[in-house]
Design a protein. Structure first.
Length: 369
């Protein structure tokens, strides 16, 4: 039988074909001479398709609008690192108007949220360079909330700056600790090799101060890559459309045009990856299912309910995928058979773990008729 995901993809295509012309007519009523924008057509098509073709239609009203608002806010700034409370207050004027915008063919909320995220991203990138240009000292007791679900949006620009200072200091300290641990392990390996009269490759030790300098460089490189990987206009629109679809029904998704690998997988049930089904919830990517016999299944440490925080290709610096939509996260996690991907996951008990998995061919028998 066909997988449910494949059915959704076929359904979405049918909805687009049926309702595309309808949405074009729908958006011309405000200005008969104006051509509809991509945003108008996509959102209008999606909402009309769900309302008309879904097995259990839902009211598109203020309550629906509030749920879309809350979910989208989590997705665009899950870790509360970019927006301030005044920004959120500014966006909140649309909290009960998203339903009206879909009917009127406007997208002011999407435009404003996109602009705010873009502006704050540039500002925070400059701030990280400023803060990481100076060494940190670790002789002062400070507290930092690492659980972003419990954190709040900073009240002001000054509050935001202080939160970033603590975050960067924490991440620098974490990398210093990792380097110290690796240096200790190197000493142990050298001692074991010496006792066995095996050749030893001597590596110079680094002082804590030298490690701190290197750690700040690594943190800066990590955030520069994060800031450079901002979604383009199509990805932003797809994320917004997916938020509406997920709010309407958690099991309904909008799929943007996929590449050849995804198309081949839907037809043949074969791809190269780790063998896990993913789902996005509240800004995090969760493991929904482990494919029996897959690379993840054989490795044994990745479990249903784990949240993937970061993805690294082999020994490279990990990339945070918090706030990403599922399709984008998949592009990092999939890869050629025989290559290694290292997933930093958050377990249901709150602990974190780095799980290395060697990718392999994944066969999903459900895609066969």
């Amino acid at each position: 039988m066909l997988s449910s995901r494949f059915k959704i993809g076929m359904y979405a295509g049918a909805v687009g074909a049926v309702f595309g012309l309808a949405s074009y007519r729908f958006y011309r009523h405000n200005d008969p001479t104006a051509l509809p924008s991509k945003e108008q057509i996509l959102v209008g098509t999606l909402v009309q398709g769900l309302s008309s073709a879904h097995y259990q239609p839902e009211r598109i009203d203020d309550a629906f609008s509030k749920r879309v608002f809350d979910l989208y806010l989590k997705r665009i700034d899950y870790r509360k690192k970019l927006l301030t409370q005044p920004d959120v207050t500014q966006l909140r004027q649309y909290e009960t108007k998203i339903d009206d915008e879909t009917k009127a063919g406007t997208h002011e909320f999407l435009d404003l949220s996109t602009k705010l995220i873009s502006d704050r991203t540039k500002q925070m990138q400059a701030l990280t360079h400023e803060l990481l240009a100076q060494p940190f000292t670790f002789d002062t007791d400070e507290t930092f909330q690492t659980n972003f679900e419990k954190s709040t949006f900073p009240a002001s620009a000054a509050d935001q700056r202080e939160q970033w200072r603590k975050l960067l200091k924490f991440e620098t300290l974490t990398r210093v600790a990792e380097m110290m641990d690796e240096q200790d392990k190197r000493h142990d390996r050298a001692k074991t090799a010496s006792q066995a009269k095996e050749p030893v490759t001597a590596e110079p030790d680094r002082t804590p101060a030298q490690m701190e300098v290197e750690a700040r460089k690594r943190v800066q490189k990590y955030y520069d890559e994060q800031f450079a990987d901002t979604p383009d206009a199509n990805e932003t629109l797809a994320s917004y459309a997916n938020t509406i679809a997920n709010t309407y029904d958690p099991h309904t998704e909008y799929f943007a045009p996929k590449d050849k690998d995804e198309f081949d997988y839907q037809l043949t049930g074969r791809l190269e990856g780790i063998g896990a089904t993913l789902r996005e919830k509240d800004g995090l990517i969760y493991i929904e299912e482990i494919v029996p016999g897959s690379a993840s299944f054989r490795q044994g440490q990745l479990k249903k309910g784990d949240a993937i925080l970061r993805v690294a290709q082999g020994a490279t610096e990990p990339v945070s995928i918090e706030g990403w939509h599922t399709a984008k996260a998949v592009t990092l996690i999939r890869g050629k058979k025989g290559t290694e991907v290292r997933l930093t996951v958050k377990k249901p008990d709150g602990s974190t773990k780095i799980i290395p998995i060697i990718r392999d061919v994944v066969i999903n028998e459900e895609t066969y008729a």
